[in-house]
Ligand binder design. Structure first.
Ligand code: ATP
Length: 348
């Protein structure tokens, strides 16, 4: 068995399922992310694993030990909460020492462990500071140190970056990832931020309304979403309702796309914005359409265009190349080309 296994886990609050039928196997040392919109059951699942609540159905294993009904302190699982949940009236040192005192560790052992983790987290010299004297990033590090010092087998992180400003979030993201790799600790990370999930994870599970809809590496989930929900939630996409007939997908306005021969069924077409190319002369091949540029937005190294073709808007993303002396302007007529292999046919 892997580091953590969930079999048919479900939890209902007041007759409403927060999550149901969850089957997952997380490998030893893996950075595994639960990704999904607000209210889809991610935190509930983390709390079930930590033991703060117990499931109505299913079983949870840590290695090959069943822990479904064990109290939290018997699980060897550490959790860092979204708001850090530090003790405001205790010093940094006392906060980090808390778990070790609960474990009734000897004073010298506690001191050595705390020194190690304070240094690792860049907190040396802050032992006597109170929590209110720390920045958001420092509080984050104290929360991590308090958790890691107890040497849990699995680390649970519930949206740990959501209270930080954008720059600090990027910095802490890198820090958490490199710390996790260095310690080799199996980590479950909860987020609703797809960019965070794609950058950090070895694998991720996408959740929708209390169920797990797809599990895979970031690259696999991004490039082969198995539902329209995943295509839209993980990365940007052009998503259209379609009717499929004789190897073609008909879009609402009458526009029809040639499909690659292996694709026969589906209710939606998904095309990533960077898979569409634009040109001023009509390109050869299938799925080349004349359109009009509606809007252009510069986004640093990228340019995002909105192009209308027969009443349908396509988002197109291209590299912002410096050699472009004839930038396209809104109102320009141009051609849009969609390779057949970049068209995914999906159900919900
Ligand atoms: P967020 O990203 O907003 O934290 P989430 O995906 O973590 O969302 P959960 O917090 O797991 O979602 O909540 C899933 C559903 O279960 C929600 O509808 C929520 O209102 C409900 N829920 C969670 N905890 C409880 C509780 N203790 N009592 C009643 N309902 C709850």
């Amino acid at each position: 068995m892997g580091a953590l296994t969930l079999k048919g886990v479900g939890k209902t609050f007041d007759g409403v399922a927060a999550c149901s039928g969850i089957n997952l196997a997380v490998e030893e040392g893996e950075f595994f992310t639960f990704l999904g919109p607000s209210g889809c059951g991610k935190t509930t699942l983390l709390r079930l694993i930590a033991g703060f609540i117990t499931p109505d159905e299913g079983t949870i294993y840590l290695g090959d030990q069943e822990i479904t009904h064990l109290p939290p302190e018997m699980r060897n699982v550490g959790m860092v909460f979204q708001n850090y949940a530090l003790f405001p009236f205790l010093s940094v040192y006392q906060n980090i020492a808390y778990g070790l005192k609960v474990q009734k560790k000897k004073r010298r052992e506690i001191r050595n462990a705390i020194e190690t983790y304070m240094e690792m987290m860049g907190l040396s010299g802050m032992e006597n500071r109170s929590i209110s004297e720390l920045s958001g990033g420092e509080q984050q590090r104290v929360a991590l140190a308090r958790c890691l010092v107890t040497e849990p087998r699995v680390l649970l992180l519930d949206e740990p970056l959501s209270n930080l400003d954008a720059r600090l979030r990027d910095k802490m993201r890198l820090e958490i990832k490199s710390l996790q790799k260095r310690l080799g600790i199996t980590t479950l990370f909860v987020t609703h931020d797809q960019a965070e999930a794609l950058t950090l994870s070895d694998r991720l599970a996408v959740f929708d309304k209390g169920t797990c809809t797809q599990v895979g590496t970031p690259q696999k989930v991004y490039s082969s979403p198995d539902s329209a929900f995943v295509a839209q939630f993980v990365g940007e996409t052009n998503l259209f309702d379609v009717v499929v007939e004789s190897g073609r997908a008909m879009l609402p306005g009458g526009l029809s796309l040639e499909l690659d021969g292996s694709k026969k069924r589906g209710r939606f077409v998904s095309i990533r914005p960077q898979d569409i190319s634009l040109s001023v002369t009509k390109p050869k091949g299938p799925n080349a359409f004349k359109g009009m540029l509606k809007e252009t937005r510069l986004n640093g190294g990228w340019v995002e265009h909105v192009v209308r073709v027969e009443g349908v808007s396509f988002r197109v993303v291209a590299l912002n190349t410096r050699g472009d002396h004839h930038p396209m302007m809104p109102g320009d007529t141009l051609f849009l080309s969609i390779p057949v292999q970049s068209i995914s046919l999906l159900d919900r």
